[in-house]
Design a protein around this ligand. Structure first.
Ligand SMILES: [Zn+2]
Length: 296
């Protein structure tokens, strides 16, 4: 199978050496799609054996920093190392993504000093040419398309659907993606409270990567339960959608401590009935049926 799903970052805004910010890599044929780009995603990419220059598409679920902090680093690193020999990054995201791109990379943007230096200084030209580039050096220009619920994207042998999620409106929009090809279907929720659009989007998918920010019996304050999901929310959505495998992501140290994580997975599995995986950074998530195997 030429399809591979790797969890790069399964953490939250809380800094962690165990879990990077949100980042999930789908490799299909010659393309590599990155879903979210939170803190430390680029280093996790390297650890997974994928240089940033191989990333062809970035799909942002929302603009909370734990999901997009390394957007600038990814674009600049990819552009610098690519030396004009790779296509521009295709970027999808909610409203605000184009503005963020402009504020980062335009001539009055955050990285103007860096970009002016790298495109104009002789020393940078020297390095650029050594990497195979041909002058003049062109600034990075990510190709941004903002998406909202109902949007569809057609790729090379794959397609993607989008649904609006329930998270931090009206301050920022949050979207979920369903990516699929003939070899499988993957849904990435981003951050959200349970909602009917997500169940519809995830219908019969192979893998559902679902936010699991707390234990439902521990956190009951509606301020959090109406904007994020707990373990039973994820399991209920997985059951209602009829997915094959539920992968819990967006995990805190509190709910993954020994003894708690086992209870969490057991309770989610009892609610869902299918395979439940506790996500870990750099885990390759199975896309097909999961069967026990005998000792070798
Ligand atoms: Zn969020």
């Amino acid at each position: 199978m030429s399809l591979r799903l790797t969890l790069l970052g399964t953490g939250t805004p809380t800094p962690s050496l165990e879990r990077a910010g949100a980042g999930f890599l789908v490799e299909y044929n010659d393309e590599a799609l990155l879903f979210d780009c939170g803190p430390a995603t680029v280093h996790r990419l390297l650890a997974a054996g994928v240089p940033p220059t191989r990333v062809t598409h970035l799909c942002l679920t929302h603009l909370h920093y734990d999901h997009c902090m390394e957007y600038g680093y990814l674009v600049l690193n990819r552009w610098d190392q690519g030396a004009g020999r790779i296509p521009e990054l295709q970027v999808y995201g909610p409203a605000g993504t184009a503005r963020m791109t402009r504020l980062l990379f335009s001539e009055d943007g955050v990285f103007q000093a860096d970009l002016a230096g790298r495109t104009q200084h002789p020393g940078s030209h020297f390095v650029y040419e050594h990497r195979g580039g041909t002058l003049p050096r062109i600034r990075p220009c990510p190709q941004v398309r903002e998406l909202a619920g109902g949007a569809e994207v057609a790729g090379t042998g794959w397609q993607m659907q989008v649904a609006d999620m329930v998270h931090c409106q009206p301050y920022l929009n949050s979207i979920a993606y369903r990516w699929e090809c003939p070899d499988g279907s993957i849904v990435v929720t981003g951050d959200t409270a349970p909602n009917a659009q997500l169940v519809a989007l995830a219908r019969d998918a192979n893998v559902l990567l679902h936010m699991c920010h707390f234990l439902n019996d521990v956190e009951t304050d509606p301020r959090i339960t109406t904007s994020c999901s707990g373990h039973l929310d994820a399991a209920q959505t997985a059951r209602e959608a009829g997915v094959d495998t539920l992968v819990l992501i967006h995990l805190t140290e509190q709910i993954t401590q020994p003894g708690i994580r086992e209870r969490m997975v057991a309770e989610a599995a009892a609610e869902f009935g299918g395979a439940v995986i506790l996500g870990e950074d750099l885990m390759e998530a199975p896309l097909g049926a999961i069967q026990p195997e005998p000792i070798l």
